[in-house]
Design a protein around this ligand. Sequence first.
Ligand code: FUL
Length: 639
Amino acid sequence: MKLFTRQRVLILSALLFSTASYAQNNTNAPLPYGAIPTERQLKWHETEMYCIIHFTPTTFQNKEWGYGDADPSIFNPTKFNALQIVGAAKSGGFKGIVYVAKHHDGFALWPTKTAAYNISESPWKAGKGDMVREFQLAAKQEGMKFGIYCSPWDRNNPNYGTPAYLDIYRNQLRELYSNYGDLFMSWHDGANGGDGYYGGKKEKRKVDQATYYDWLNTWAITRKLQPGASIFSDIGLDVRWVGNEKGMSPETSWSTIDLKGNGDRPAMPGFLDDSNLGSGTRNGKQWIPFEGDVSLRPGWFYHADQNDQVKTVEELFNIYCHSVGHGGALDLGLSPTPEGILYQKDVNTLAEFGKLLKQVFAHNLATEAKISASNIRKGPYGTNNLTDADRYSYWATDDNVHQASVQLDFKKPARFSMIQLRENIKLGQRIDSIGVDIFKNGHWTLLAQATSIGANRIIRLAHAETASKMRIRVYAPVSIALSEIGLYLEPAIKTTAKLKTGNEYNKTSWSVTGIAQSKIADAKKAIDNNDTTFFETKTNNHLDIDFGKQIDFSAVGYLPAQDKSAEGAIEKYELLISNDGKKWDVVAEGEFSNIKANPILQRISLTSKVSARYLRLSAKQTVSKENNFLRIAEIEVYR
Ligand code: FUL
């Protein structure tokens, strides 16, 4: 009996020993490669989709940037319903919301102790309201994550531009980080247009963006009070801007990046060489993935005249594929109406988009295939991990195998139009590139290629393909750690054509005038109904149009050049009319807010209808390093 027990002990210890060495083999995971994400960033990657909500006095002013002088009494929504807004975001498949607690106009949407210009001065809820709380609670009720955007630029605060404002701003962050639960994002931007109300001074205040906000110390407050919040800015500590407000990253977009400052000074928000924000840097020193921000509407705030320009489900899905599908996140702007709810079309579009995503990803066809690999690392690294919907279990190769392939054999041919791949990013972004082949007519044919796999890579094929065998060739400088393969068939998406307002004048009988003969052909590009061509000038700061006869109009549209850069876009304008082309009257002047980041069609609504034969759009300030550099893609005139 004793012996038997001893034997059992021996056997048991032998077993234990062998399990231990087996376990050791199993945990002989590939070593991480290059920069890797933090726990906080992993959570952010898993979130993938969230919405940013702009609802401030600027909504009631029908503007994109408030100047800082709005009377708080205008902020008084009559049908405010945070659950309607947050619920609509949830139905779109979004997992969090970021609320704009203070935009550039400086109005604090919570009862802050740091500045008088806040929600307690508004008549809403008799000055007892707190919008940040409303959105926090709605997010909680809907099971959504909650984040906050507090604009550093403050066009109301009299102290803006002095060191005293930095203390005020930091105290605002302290309040927001201490009283509204756990935040998943702390959102900042680099916008700084210079001029503003500033306590009535109405002047231009320039700050040195590289030093003024002392970001590293300011963000130390975030880290201390909200350790789980990912910090976003054009270059945040955790998440970077994609470099445009279209939500789209380039084909190749690495989660790693080497930050480039300006000259000798280090990169800081609002002060950096932004040429690699979209692409990132292969083997970059830091893991800072991108967020693609884009609004559901052309602007970030609600404008009734954009009700017919709500993005279609098709557009949203394309953006999704270029943001989430390129290893980043999608941050979609929602714009409540002055009543305090989302416009019904916005609600419907979100619901349809959510339905589409569910439909697309309902069934992974790769789960039907037998998957084999040219090399499999010893341990729990088999190909079964590739279809288990777990981002962190993975197929891996031996340390010395840097090129390998996996093959999918289907019992019955599979029809698919999207390929999705993920790496286990806990081990870094290892893969350089992949090639996908299908077996057709007796030989392998190249179907698709991609670089920058990372957290997620969606390859959308031009047409659906049917194949009974597929192979993915993977190339890396180290062993491979691929976690997921997905194959999906995209359903046909109903295309809902966007209506033109129908109010634009036809431009065929228009001409340009008051310009040298040699430049006329060029200037006509501003009235050729072609958004891709533009009039560019370094000598004129305006363009005159002759309608051929007197016409009545109530609004004018200006579309800046639509190529990659916003250079030459008008920031400050004057609009003049004339009946003889000699004597001009100013009918409107103002700023095209946010045009540098979001160069969309700008609409100037006149206070009343005017009647004139000639129109002059004059640029007082453009996005440009040179004087007088002006670009106009198109001018519209609305009845
Ligand atoms: C930008 C701001 O200037 C816009 O107004 C908007 O808030 C957008 C989300 O960020 O930087």
